[in-house]
Write a protein that binds this ligand. Structure first.
Ligand SMILES: Cc1cc2nc3c(=O)[nH]c(=O)nc-3n(C[C@H](O)[C@H](O)[C@H](O)COP(=O)(O)O)c2cc1C
Length: 276
């Protein structure tokens, strides 16, 4: 049900909705209201561009009221200088305070994250959350136990040999190689038959990192979880992750450290120009 409606009194027939529609299914001619032909409704990407582009908030789709959207002007976004500082200044945090993050903040971050782009606007992401440090501690202990057993049974492949160290390092020195002492984790997953599952997942995690760091939280990409779960897939059900899902994860929490300046990596990018 697209529920595409246009407020006659507001609509100026400017045609912007029709011109921007990526599926090219909105038609607006002369003094007629913009409309979607019934036989083309299935082609709608549900991207809501029509609702977003209308200068007079005349269009509703999917039952959304355009007046409930955040209004946008050219001044609405952070300045480029602010974004440059964010991208240069966000850091992997590997020391966390032993406290939970306010659930209301996590809720706001995840609601925002539901707006990240996905291939063909499929929006098939699942956000699995460990939002309680006690739950995280249980998962940490079960994982380390399984890793110790896995190491004994020679189940850790050579390329991940260093994760064998995780259980003894935690038991003997409280060094937390895998979980980095974080109280929380976000695991983003997508079905393997989504149009772009790997890209969708990585994008959502990257956006989460930037949002969370703007909120004063620390984050670190959690590739180690992938190493552990691909080595010991029997751990996936512990966090409710179906075996076939494409996924990536991020640890987060209140940082126990603070970086004072950006790093300097400008030379790291290879820039190539295409010319004919
Ligand atoms: C895909 C990916 C996976 C990562 N996995 C881990 C991880 O499991 N544990 C960890 O401590 N850091 C992890 N990192 C963090 C990188 O080591 C880190 O980004 C890099 O050292 C640069 O530091 P910076 O993020 O502070 O710029 C990962 C980063 C990426 C992009």
């Amino acid at each position: 049900m697209l529920k595409f409606t246009v407020k006659d009194k507001r609509c100026t027939r400017c045609g912007l909705c029709a011109a921007d529609c990526p599926a090219d299914i909105i038609k607006q001619e002369g003094k007629a209201l913009p409309a979607i032909q019934p036989d083309q409704k299935a082609e709608c990407l549900q991207c809501q561009h029509c609702l977003a582009i209308c200068p007079v908030a005349a269009i509703s789709i999917l039952g959304k009221n355009p007046d409930d959207s955040f209004p946008l002007s050219v001044k609405s976004f952070p300045k480029l200088t602010q974004m440059i500082r964010l991208v240069r200044g966000r850091r992997s945090i590997r020391k966390y305070k032993d406290e939970n993050v306010d659930p209301a903040l996590i809720k706001t971050l995840l609601a925002t994250l539901a707006n990240v782009p996905t291939g063909c606007n499929q929006r098939e992401l699942t956000f699995t959350l460990i939002d309680d440090k006690a739950v995280m501690q249980s998962f940490r202990e079960k994982t380390l136990e399984a890793l110790a057993a896995g190491a004994k049974a020679n189940r850790i492949p050579e390329q991940f040999a260093f994760i064998k160290e995780a259980a003894p390092a935690y038991a003997e020195r409280k060094v937390d190689i895998i979980f980095r002492g974080a109280p929380h984790a976000l695991i983003v997953s997508a079905p393997p038959d989504a149009p772009c599952p790997g890209e969708d997942v990585a994008l959502a995690v990257a956006y989460f990192e930037l949002l969370a760091q703007c909120a004063g939280l620390g984050t670190v990409w959690w590739g180690m979880l992938k190493m552990v779960l691909e080595t010991l897939p029997e751990l996936k059900p512990l966090i409710g992750l179906p075996a076939d899902q494409v996924y990536y994860a991020m640890l987060f929490g209140h940082p126990a450290i603070r970086f004072r300046r950006t790093v300097q990596r400008d030379g790291a990018a290879i820039v190539k120009k295409v010319s004919f």
